[in-house]
Structures are given as structure tokens and as C-alpha cells.
Design a binder for this molecule. Structure first.
Ligand code: HEC
Length: 185
């Protein structure tokens, strides 16, 4: 009975020792690898390892261009296999280009965010003649000044150029005109 327990203890102890030895060896090997990477000076074993590693890198670099042409060659085939899709993709682009005037395009990019009906954060809604009438009554110069420099009115804050200060004055005024045309005569 006592012997059996001793045997069990011994087995467990040796298992633990084995695990510890394994961990220590692992740490040493890992440290070696990391050390090699960090101190890449021209040491005997280090430079040998460097030399062995280098060709692998070159193979990867020279191998790179080879896969690249494949997608390029595949693209026309994919399009040719789906002529209907290709035609659909081309058609809207051709149709949209002449239709888009700068004012409406700028409006869509920079103004619609707030002015699209019903109008966000107090912005007068596009095409809503009732909320535009008193504004138009101020005169175009006041409107232009408000749009270009921004202002706080009774219903909310109109940021300078709608927040798109990268746009030219002409572009922003074209967008304003597009909005006024929608409610004006
Ligand atoms: C972040 C929201 C927002 C964006 C984007 C925005 N506006 Fe406005 N705009 C407002 C608000 C809010 C008002 C109303 C402010 C008030 O009168 O209290 C307003 C008012 C106006 C007015 C009326 C000015 C007046 O004096 O009554 C015009 C014109 C106008 N915007 C044009 C534009 C144009 C053009 C663009 C795009 C370049 C644009 N807005 C983008 C929020 C916005």
C-alpha cells in the first residue's frame, strides 16, 4: 500500500520534472531564436543563419510577380463571361454623366445631408416652398452670405458651405441656386 502510493508520487513527480524540463528547453530555444533576430551582427553561427534565411526571402520576392498577372488576365474573361452585367455597369455611367449638372451634384454631395426633406436640424427642406419663401425674401445676397460663411438662424445652424469648406464659392452657390430653382418660379 505504501509502496503503491510512493510509486504514484514518483510518477507524478517525474511527470512534473518532465514538463519543467520541456518548458526550460522551449524557453532556451525561443530565446535563441529571438536573440538571433535581435543581434544580427556578423557572428559565426549568426551570420550562417542569416545566410540561410536570406535566400528564402529572395524566393518570396521573385515569386511575387508571378501570381500578379493571373487576376489581370482573368478580369477580361470574367467580364466576357457576363456580357449582360458588363452592359448594365456601363449604361448608367453613360446616362448619368450628361444629366448631372454641377449644382445638383454639389447639392447631393454637400447639402442633401441636411436639406433633404423633411430637413434635418432645422434646415429648410428641398422643394418645400413654404419654408423657403421668407428666406428668399431676404434677397439672394443675404442667402449667399449665409451659405458661404454660415450663420445661426431661428431654426438651427447652417455651417459655412454646409461644412464643405473645400468646395469653391462657385460650386456652393451653384448648389444654392439648384435649391432655389426647386422652389422658385
Ligand atoms: C449640417 C446641416 C446643413 C448642411 C450640410 C447644409 N445646410 Fe443649409 N441650412 C442648414 C440649416 C439648419 C439652415 C437653417 C438655419 C436657420 O435659418 O435657422 C440652413 C439654411 C440654408 C439656407 C437658407 C439661408 C437663409 O438665410 O435662410 C440656404 C440657402 C442653405 N442652407 C443652403 C445650403 C447649401 C447650398 C448647402 C450645401 C453646400 C447647405 N445648405 C448645406 C443646415 C445645413
Amino acid at each position: 500500500m505504501v509502496e503503491k502510493r510512493d510509486q504514484q508520487f514518483f510518477d507524478a513527480f517525474m511527470l512534473l520534472v518532465g514538463i519543467f524540463v520541456g518548458i526550460i528547453v522551449g524557453v532556451i530555444l525561443l530565446g535563441d531564436l529571438v536573440g538571433d533576430g535581435a543581434s544580427a551582427e556578423a557572428g559565426g553561427a549568426h551570420s550562417m543563419i542569416e545566410e540561410r534565411i536570406q535566400p528564402l526571402g529572395q524566393v518570396a520576392v521573385t515569386g511575387d510577380p508571378a501570381p500578379a498577372p493571373a487576376p489581370i488576365a482573368a478580369a477580361p474573361i470574367a467580364v466576357a463571361q457576363m456580357p449582360a452585367v458588363a452592359a448594365q455597369a456601363a449604361a448608367p455611367t453613360q446616362a448619368a454623366a450628361p444629366a448631372a449638372t454641377p449644382g445638383s451634384a454639389i447639392y447631393a454631395q454637400a447639402c442633401a445631408l441636411c436639406h433633404v426633406p423633411p430637413g434635418l436640424a432645422g434646415a429648410p427642406a428641398f422643394g418645400d416652398a413654404a419654408s423657403w419663401a421668407p428666406r428668399i425674401a431676404q434677397g439672394r445676397d443675404v442667402l449667399a452670405e449665409h451659405v458661404l460663411n454660415g450663420y445661426q438662424g431661428s431654426t438651427g445652424i447652417m455651417p459655412p458651405k454646409g461644412g464643405r469648406v473645400d468646395l469653391s464659392d462657385d460650386d456652393v452657390l451653384a448648389a444654392m441656386q439648384y435649391m432655389l430653382d426647386a422652389v422658385g418660379p
